[in-house]
Design a protein around this ligand. Structure first.
Ligand SMILES: [Mn+2]
Length: 381
């Protein structure tokens, strides 16, 4: 009988010694929580683990335990390593001479006493050779891993990949593809993985459970999204029982906002306008709004999910924000059955029925706002 992706993943992990774990750019609670949880768990079963994410951890996730285990780049991936056996004598001096005319480089190792011989020297292509790469929460490698992929492309061809994800758009780039579309989050899938890996010695502890519960909490919008399943509650209960710090997660992620975010939200709220016949509201954030509040572009996302979406008697909400490269549109369906991906499509964007976005390059809000609104109204027949 053929092994399931879960069984194949477990076999590959069991037989690997050095494992790379990577997740996507613009990390979120699920990708970063999953990255940390799996790293901690695999270290517990004596694996050598390197965890990478090309972008820095956002401030609201910095409370996660062991967040410093994740590096932003894979160092030494291209290094060629010369190893000298120091059993007979130690190194006194190390130097090199470049022989320009012969196109050669001499590496000069001076012993403290005696001599080094050819059999004392060995070579290794790179420290960054992995037996296995586990990619979490990424629908593809090229666009999701950012500089980690761009700077180490060959590594991803040479290393067997276990691809663990819950997105329908996943392009099955792995040797093993454990894609569970019924899971609310990658973290939820990892709970099943850690249960099986930890048969002999349970792996869930308070830190790992906190990281995983962060993933489930953020990907379900703290269990408010329509995609929240009975299973996600069961798994969350299991994590809380294992010591997950649920109150801390809620406090750090939902009840703590940088002042810059609050200032930006204030501007966005002041700009809200409504279109009663077409049953939607919209707001705008200009470059000046960002500068005046000291906020970054990433701080705009809460505006639509936490503020605009809560308006009564609307079908959907729209946020137009001015970015360096143009205008970004964010759409959220409020009423069930309203498909905002169709609206995003009008501008070459896309997404899901309930959440979608689009980008219009090389323009400003002042130039584009009224024509965007016009096209959205026309499509509302
Ligand atoms: Mn996710």
């Amino acid at each position: 009988m053929e092994l399931t992706p879960k069984q194949q993943s477990i076999e590959l992990i069991r037989s690997a010694k050095r494992i790379l774990i990577a997740s996507h750019i613009n990390p979120d609670g699920d990708s970063f929580g999953s990255l940390i949880a799996l790293t901690l768990a695999l270290k517990k079963i004596d694996k050598e683990v390197v965890a990478v994410c090309a972008d820095p951890i956002p401030e609201y996730l910095q409370f996660l335990p062991s967040a410093d285990l994740v590096s932003q780049e894979l160092t030494g991936a291209k290094d060629f390593i010369i190893t000298v056996d120091l059993a007979k004598t130690d190194v006194d001096k190390l130097g090199y001479k470049r022989l320009a005319d012969e196109k050669k480089l001499h590496i000069v190792i001076t012993p403290t006493q005696g001599f080094f011989e050819p059999q004392d020297v060995s070579f290794q292509q790179s420290m960054a050779r992995f037996d296995l790469a586990i990619i979490l929460d990424c629908s593809d490698l090229e666009s999701r891993l950012g500089s980690i992929y761009d700077n180490n492309t060959s590594l991803f061809y040479e290393t067997p990949i276990v691809n663990i994800d819950h997105h329908i758009s996943n392009d099955h780039f792995g040797k093993v593809n454990w894609i569970d579309l019924t899971a609310t989050s990658t973290a939820e899938i990892l709970v099943a993985l850690l249960e099986s890996l930890g048969r002999e010695k349970p792996l869930l502890d308070s830190d790992i459970a906190t990281a995983l519960l962060t993933g489930i909490t953020t990907d379900t919008g703290s269990f408010q999204n329509a995609s929240t399943t009975p299973k996600s509650f069961t798994v969350a209960a299991q994590l809380v029982a294992a010591g997950a710090k649920q109150q801390e997660i809620v406090k750090k992620i939902y009840k703590t906002r940088p002042l810059s975010t609050l200032k930006l939200w204030g501007k966005a709220l002041a700009n809200v306008q409504e279109d009663i016949p077409h049953r939607f509201i919209w707001s705008t954030i200009t470059q000046q709004d960002l500068e005046a509040s000291g906020a970054s572009e990433s701080e705009t996302s809460g505006v639509i999910d936490e503020l605009l979406k809560t308006a009564p008697n609307i079908d959907f909400a729209l946020l137009l924000s001015e970015r360096k490269g143009g205008v970004h549109g964010n759409l959220r369906a409020v009423e069930k059955g309203v498909d905002v991906a169709r609206l995003a499509n009008l501008f070459g964007g896309g997404g899901h029925e309930a959440a979608a976005g689009f980008d219009i390059p090389n323009t400003t809000l002042a130039q584009e706002e009224s024509s965007i609104l016009e096209r959205i109204r026309e499509a509302q027949v």
